[in-house]
Design a protein around this ligand. Structure first.
Ligand code: 0L1
Ligand code: MG
Length: 260
């Protein structure tokens, strides 16, 4: 079926996800798709998941490193929504065959105790609304062949959302140095990459402020209880069956994922 409107784009993306089949860019068939309309595709796709019984539990920022933004020729992050079906249990193995070509990336998650709403959200609002911060791993799995997409494609694809795992250490804002918090990403015990909180646009809390103000332009806000993944701290690495992935933070503790 040709892709030329919101509904046909949603059908194509959900079909790729459900069948675990990669596909070509939506923008190849629908070159007129712009970022604003792509967020409508994303919203309709999430509504379809809710209609199928899923529940929104989180919100994610993507393209939060300057290097990734330059690669995509954008100057701001994008965002997407996480459902209960995306949440993987900390300690349980992750089955690679449940995805198309999954990758994993260490992140810092804010858990909201109160609603966060723009347009005039500030850093103080984020501090007051956050009940605690925790380590996270995000699993991304673009529905596009070889992760090859333009910005509207990846927005429509709910920012490549596929899974996430939260750490067990909970720390309050202000009780550790968020910007300088170091992390190591290990694959089978070998350090693959290192970073600090500053990798998320200089300050993960400011990235949340900016995202909350951005989604307010579409009439959206983050309710109390939302898990906010603030963006990749290092490059994502592919998941392989039999391998072990660890995000080792200084204050936020460690998460390990074993893949089947
Ligand atoms: O969470 C992310 O940073 C991913 C955003 C989408 C881009 C990608 O799939 O690499
Ligand atoms: Mg991410």
């Amino acid at each position: 079926m040709p892709i030329n409107d919101v509904e046909s784009a949603v059908d194509a993306l959900l079909q790729a996800e459900n069948r675990r089949e990669e596909r070509g860019r939506v923008t190849t068939e629908w070159p007129g798709l712009d970022a604003g309309t792509a967020y409508e595709v994303q919203r309709t796709l999430i509504e379809a998941k809710i209609a199928a019984g899923e529940e929104i539990v989180g919100f994610k920022l993507g393209l939060t490193s300057k290097a990734k933004q330059e690669q995509m020729n954008v100057d701001a992050p994008l965002s997407g929504w996480l459902t209960d079906a995306h949440q993987c249990c900390n300690g349980e193995p992750v089955k690679v065959a449940n995805y198309i070509h999954p990758r994993i990336e260490p992140e810092i998650a804010f858990i909201l105790g109160r609603e966060l709403k723009g347009p005039n959200c500030t850093r103080d609002d984020v501090k007051e609304a956050t009940s605690h911060i925790t380590a996270a791993f995000e699993i991304i799995d673009s529905r596009y062949r070889d992760f090859n997409f333009a910005l509207p494609d990846v927005i429509a694809d709910n920012a490549s959302s596929a899974g996430f795992i939260l750490g067990k250490t909970h720390i309050k804002v202000g009780e550790f140095d968020l910007i300088n918090e170091p992390v190591e990403l290990l694959v089978d015990g070998e350090v693959q990459a290192t970073a600090t909180g500053a990798a998320v646009l200089g300050d993960p809390a400011q990235a949340v402020v900016d995202a909350v103000n951005e989604i307010a332009t579409r009439g959206q806000s983050l309710p109390a209880g939302t898990i906010v993944l603030t963006g990749a701290l290092t490059d994502a690495v592919f998941l392989n069956p039999g391998s072990k992935y660890t995000a080792r933070f200084k204050s936020l503790g460690e998460i390990t994922v074993n893949c089947l």
